[in-house]
Design a protein around this ligand. Structure first.
Ligand SMILES: NC(=O)C1=CN([C@@H]2O[C@H](COP(=O)(O)OP(=O)(O)OC[C@H]3O[C@@H](n4cnc5c(N)ncnc54)[C@H](O)[C@@H]3O)[C@@H](O)[C@H]2O)C=CC1
Ligand SMILES: O=C(O)C1=N[C@H](C(=O)O)C[C@H](O)C1
Length: 250
């Protein structure tokens, strides 16, 4: 069977360099290109890439994806910074390129995907819920894509269950003290040397609290998700948001 022709864009970065190694080590894949900042996107078509793994920067991802989708190259995207406007633009490009698929995964690690699923499940049973994400200080965006997605899923579950707004008697606060408001869920961002990517979902009700915590300790934790995404996206046209769509979580 022929190997899947995969390229990595952002190949010299923290996660990109790990992805290059993972693709090279996969028996069913061939690394056909590894692009860094300033490299020509045409290299991707010239190399015959079927899938591009996009791990760059929120300022770069749209241009890279527009090129890929226009050329019928599937995308596996870990880069963060997704807004409704950006998603709408990507969807319109995909509509003009039938058969092309893009997976956007706010987090490729199975533990983080499960954290989101558990938080979504627990959200309606507790009066209060807040998210704390902790990352290395080189991270460009805050809150993290994972925390934003987690808060959105929590908010959707609470809306569906008819939960009341969270109690919060704060009337005086230093700006930022209560975190960012993502769909009514406070999200707090810590940037600390020594950390990689970590998240806690804190849930509380009368007389009890529940903490769901996940720690990414090495970039290798994202690799099985990236490889799975590359294998699945080639037969999944259109936009898929979240690796959970490619996992049988039950
Ligand atoms: N979804 C997930 O599971 C994960 C997502 N990420 C996200 O991936 C992105 C990259 O993260 P890191 O590797 O930590 O950042 P990084 O700064 O270490 O690496 C990014 C690399 O992309 C390059 N780059 C920027 N623009 C480019 C362009 N137009 N073409 C080619 N290369 C370009 C940079 O020069 C750099 O080498 C971030 O948005 C981060 O949040 C990171 C880890 C896991
Ligand atoms: O920048 C990172 O490092 C990470 N980014 C992603 C995010 O914003 O959620 C995934 C993971 O947290 C690592």
């Amino acid at each position: 069977m022929s190997k899947l022709r995969v390229a990595v864009v952002g190949a010299k970065g923290r996660i990109g360099s790990e992805a290059v190694r993972a693709v090279e080590a996969a028996d069913d894949m061939e690394l056909v290109a590894a692009l860094g900042r300033g490299d020509r996107l045409e290299t991707l078509t010239e190399a015959g890439a079927q899938v591009v793994v996009e791990l760059t920067h929120p300022d770069s991802v749209m241009e890279n994806l527009e090129f890929c989708v226009r050329n019928g190259i599937h995308g596996v995207v870990g880069t963060t910074g997704w807004t409704e406007d950006r998603l709408a633009k990507l969807t319109s490009w995909l509509e003009a390129s039938p058969g092309t698929g893009v997976l956007i995964a706010p987090n490729f690690s199975i533990g983080a995907v499960l954290t989101m699923a558990f938080a979504q499940q627990a959200a309606r049973f507790f009066e209060s819920v807040e998210v704390v994400e902790l990352h290395h200080p080189n991270k460009a965006d805050a809150p993290s894509g994972t925390a934003t997605r987690t808060a959105q899923l929590i908010a959707a579950a609470r809306r569906e269950a008819g939960c009341a707004p969270q109690p919060d008697a704060t009337t005086t606060a230093l700006e930022g003290a209560r975190g960012a408001d993502v769909d009514g869920v406070p999200v707090h961002s810590v940037r600390l040397r020594g950390l990689l990517a970590h998240q806690e979902v804190l849930l509380g009700d009368t007389g009890e609290t529940l903490t769901i915590r996940h720690d990414s300790l090495h970039h290798s934790c994202f690799m099985p998700g990236i490889l799975l995404g590359a294998r699945r996206v080639v037969s999944t046209p259109g936009l898929t948001f979240g690796l959970e769509n490619f996992l049988d979580l039950g």
